[in-house]
Design a protein around this ligand. Structure first.
Ligand code: SAM
Ligand code: DTB
Ligand code: SF4
Length: 348
């Protein structure tokens, strides 16, 4: 590969072979290129903090092989009802006061029912009024539902493609890869920003990881946010015994995502409890610039706040402010000695 990183960053159409050649570069070369691209678009010392809340847990009719919330698997999770709007807003306020700038609400649905839309819209309006960025992940959407969410002020909609088109049927059979792309088009066309990524550790090969990123990067517009999850193997699901991902391969995939989608927030998403601090630091160096904070994701665990804040402080990294997207949006960074004395945000 002789193409300089900057030229690679300008690509809007990728082939699997081109992307694979980058993934397979010597590790130091790959990370140097990813960090170079990262610095052209973001402040490398800033990380975006999102908080997740499950607004409707369990009992999902879909069969996603990794998920604790599918009614078709034996994870033992019981189903609960849609959470009250007031509780969601109170939780979001606590998250905001503790430093999170984006609030992501997830429901274990194939798609929202029209009867649930008023409640969901009220959640978006309420969280938005707190000054936070809002994100929802509710399954498949139709155009009318997307319009309602947009009109309520929803900033992002998360809908993952999860893996490559080739590997997808080995993981999910109740909705197709094309269904996922259709929902992404509905979201994009409505004007809501797209958050879409996938999971590593579903038994896929390296080329599946590459092809998943090729699909995302070649969308009419790359997603604004790209969550890269490491499988949390849930007992009772078909993926309970899946082979763990090699940490170096995980970091390589983050670097490739950064190079292929230079302007997107790449989120080091589920699975951080299984990562060392050093692995997470490498992921940040490879271009990850967003994490979920708080000790619970939707149903599974996440590192506790103290560990995360210690890690960010040790790395001299500080949280982005809401709606911060580019280096010019960032407040000036404190100098190194000041950074040592920097207050660590308390996340509850
Ligand atoms: N039901 C909605 C949907 O699937 O579109 C929204 C919630 S779903 C839990 C959101 C995403 O979380 C999934 O697409 C998947 O990528 C990720 N996820 C779910 N379970 C996971 C697990 N055990 N490990 C890693 N990521 C997971
Ligand atoms: C995403 O890609 N990861 C988040 C968010 N989007 C909604 C969800 C992770 C879920 C991890 C498993 C659980 O908590 O049940
Ligand atoms: Fe349902 Fe979403 Fe879990 Fe799939 S990932 S089973 S759609 S909650």
């Amino acid at each position: 590969m002789s193409r300089p990183a900057a030229a690679a960053a300008d690509r809007t159409h990728w082939t699997g072979a081109e992307a694979r050649a980058i993934l397979d570069l010597p590790f130091m070369e790959l990370l140097f290129r990813a960090q170079t691209v990262h610095r052209q678009h973001f402040d490398p010392n800033r990380v975006q903090l999102s908080r997740l809340l499950s607004i409707k847990t369990g009992g999902c009719p879909e069969d996603c092989g990794y998920c604790s919330q599918s009614a078709r698997h034996g994870s033992g999770l019981s189903a609960s009802k849609l959470v009250e709007v007031e509780r969601v807003i109170a939780e979001a306020r606590r998250a905001r006061d503790a430093g999170a700038t984006r609030y992501c609400m997830g429901a274990a649905w194939r798609s929202p029912k029209d009867r649930d839309m008023d409640q969901v819209v009220a959640m978006v309006e309420g969280v938005k009024a707190l000054g936070m960025e809002t994100c929802m992940t509710l399954g498949m959407l139709d155009a009318g539902q997307a319009r309602r969410l947009r009109d309520a002020g929803l900033d992002y909609y998360n809908h993952n493609i999860d893996t490559s088109e080739r590997h997808y049927p080995n993981v999910i059979t109740t909705r197709s890869f094309a269904d996922r792309l259709d929902t992404l088009a509905v979201v994009r066309d409505s004007g809501i920003k797209v958050c879409s990524g996938g999971i590593l550790g579903l038994g896929e090969g390296q080329q599946d990881r590459v092809d998943m990123l090729v699909t995302l990067a070649n969308l009419p517009e790359p997603p604004d946010s790209v969550p890269i999850n490491m499988l949390i193997a849930i007992p009772g699901t078909p993926m309970q015994d899946a082979e763990a991902v090699d940490p170096i391969d995980f970091v390589r995939t983050i670097a490739l995502a950064r190079i292929m989608m230079p302007q997107s927030h790449v989120r080091l998403s589920a699975g951080r409890t299984g990562m060392s601090d050093e692995m997470q630091a490498l992921c940040f160096f490879a271009g990850a610039n967003s994490i979920f904070v708080g000790d619970t994701l939707l149903t599974a665990g996440n590192p506790d706040e103290d560990r995360d804040m210690r890690l960010l402080s040790r790395l001299g990294m500080s949280p982005m402010v809401a709606h911060e997207h580019a280096p010019q949006d960032a407040a000036p960074l404190p100098s190194a000695p000041d950074r040592a004395a920097m207050p660590v945000p308390i996340l509850r």
